[in-house]
Write a protein that binds this ligand. Structure first.
Ligand code: BG6
Length: 496
């Protein structure tokens, strides 16, 4: 367990959804696991004038809503006492001076500051500017770290502009660019499984692997985020960040050690080795679609009628809610191996997984004999599944698929939300699970040309009924006819 210096965590955007659903409950949990230093304080910064009492009542609601009866009252009391509120009205020219004054009360606030910016992306640079203007990112006596929520830019130029702006005041070591997928334990396990076992590395290459699928499907729609989503789309929302990071963990070379620098260096290398998309042949490498009205499984299992994306939006749009792309990595390990990366809202099931199909076996006992699949399921189940061919017991020689399915989670294991891990890492000063600017740039470089082509193409966008599987037309990106989309890990390899 790493030690954490006494510090003050400042939450900008503390009344927003992220803070309500993830951050406050997550901080309470960390406190209940005794992972917060005794003298750590939390200062929520919001636009409204709110008294401390009223804010503490809000926090109480956030935490109780999440944990219901599972609250340890003694811990809760301790947690509540850590919390303070500071109003930073946007129209107050002295807002940051006042913040500095509040923080100057050293008997209340430890002087190492971690800023969590969960605000509109257009405010990131301004907040850093203002903090710097009143000396609040100066590290001459204490550490000062800034966590920037996703998205870091909306394309390469805007990411570079944001970088240029914040590095006027911050060193790279002070910047924590978040991708919450890296906080998921099952995602961290990818690297561990690959390198802490001997059996995977020898087959982890183009000699043995036919193709890789990186999938994130959700049954949810865009909900009340229509405006954000319509200026973003599935590619930028999920592929540019979470799924390319997942791909990097699957495809990277072994880091020379487990230091943040070495891990990030290998991720950067592999992301930069991805072949740029040939936009002249885009239709063979990328497919987009939008969900139409349909039925999706609700929480209680019954099918619920839901409207289509355009109906929710209220106007026409070519923005995709389904995106599938084919990528190649131009290095010796992955020569010629397609990586299919796909994400969709309003599918028949929600799951995030890496499905790896191995090449044909040297012996084919029956036509159409299944190839081996290794599936690393990230959510909802965290499992590793291997599908192998075995003999059917009996007089004849025939094979069938044996599914070896191992849950990563054992009864009694801690279940930690990714934000809890990342909040802790921020306070510990461990940037391993945060993005280096070169990763962000490599990701935008890859995605920008596709987004641009799709935006320019105003032709009708393929529609899929909410609650369905991948549109058949998406198969146009497959390299060979025997490839097919894998679904949740429950389905055998024979399912197409
Ligand atoms: C967010 C996207 O970054 O990730 C959302 O903006 C998406 O659209 C979410 O639903 C998925 O995260 P998770 O952890 O629920 O898989």
């Amino acid at each position: 367990m790493k030690t954490i210096d006494p510090c003050t965590l400042l939450l900008f955007g503390a009344s927003g959804n992220l803070s309500r659903v993830k951050l406050m409950p997550g901080l309470y949990r960390l406190d209940s696991l005794s992972r917060l230093p005794a003298d750590m304080k939390i200062l929520s910064v919001g636009r409204q004038q709110v008294s401390r009492e009223a804010w503490l009542a809000e926090i109480e609601k956030m935490v109780r809503d999440k944990f219901y009866n599972g609250i340890d009252e003694a811990v809760f009391k301790r947690f509540i006492e850590r919390n303070h509120y500071h109003a930073n009205p946007p129209d107050d020219p002295n807002a940051f001076q006042n913040l500095s004054k509040t923080l100057g009360n050293e008997s209340v606030f430890p002087q190492n500051f971690a800023y969590f910016l969960s605000v509109r992306p257009s405010d990131f640079a301004m907040i850093v500017d203002q903090l710097a203007g009143v000396g609040l990112v100066d590290e001459s006596k204490y550490w000062r770290r800034v966590l920037i929520e996703k998205p870091f830019g909306t394309d390469l130029p805007s990411a570079q502009a944001l970088q240029a702006s914040i590095t006027k005041h911050l060193k790279e070591s002070q910047i924590y660019r978040i991708d919450h997928y890296l906080g998921k334990s099952a995602l961290q396990n990818i690297m561990l499984t690959r390198f802490a076992n001997h059996m995977f590395e020898p087959v982890w290459n183009s000699e043995h692997i036919d193709h890789v699928q990186i999938t994130n499907n959700e049954t949810l729609g865009v909900g009340d985020r229509t405006q954000f989503y319509d200026s973003t789309g599935a590619l930028r929302d999920m592929v540019q960040s979470h799924l390319l990071q997942t791909l990097a963990l699957v495809a990277m070379e072994k880091p020379k050690d487990l230091s943040p620098e070495s891990i990030r260096a290998e991720k950067i290398k592999v992301l930069e080795a991805i072949r740029p998309i040939d936009t002249n042949n885009l239709h063979k490498q990328a497919f987009r679609a939008q969900y139409a009205a349909g039925k999706v499984p609700a929480r209680d299992g019954h099918l619920e009628k839901v409207p289509g994306y355009l109906e929710e939006l209220g106007h026409d749009s070519v923005v995709e809610t389904y995106a599938a792309i084919k990528l190649f990595i131009d290095n010796p390990r992955w020569k010629g191996v397609p990586f299919y990366v796909r994400t969709a809202k309003r599918m028949h099931e929600g799951n995030t997984a890496i499905s790896i199909r191995f090449k044909k076996a040297p012996v084919e006992l029956k036509q159409g004999q299944q190839q081996n699949w290794l599936i690393l399921s990230i959510q909802p189940k965290e499992t590793i599944k291997l599908e192998i061919q075995t003999k059917v017991p009996g007089l004849d020689i025939s094979t069938r698929t044996l599914n070896i399915d191992g849950p990563l989670r054992q009864p009694g294991d801690e279940s930690i939300d990714s934000y809890e891990t990342l909040l802790l890492n921020l306070m510990e000063g461990d940037p391993s699970l945060f993005l280096h600017i070169n990763e962000v740039e490599a990701q935008w470089k890859l995605i920008d040309p596709i987004v641009k082509s799709w935006m320019e193409d105003k032709g009708p966008v393929h529609q899929y009924p909410a609650g369905s599987r991948d549109p058949k037309e998406s198969q146009v990106i497959f390299e060979s006819e025997d490839q097919f989309w894998r679904y949740s890990i429950e389905l055998g390899g024979d399912q197409h």
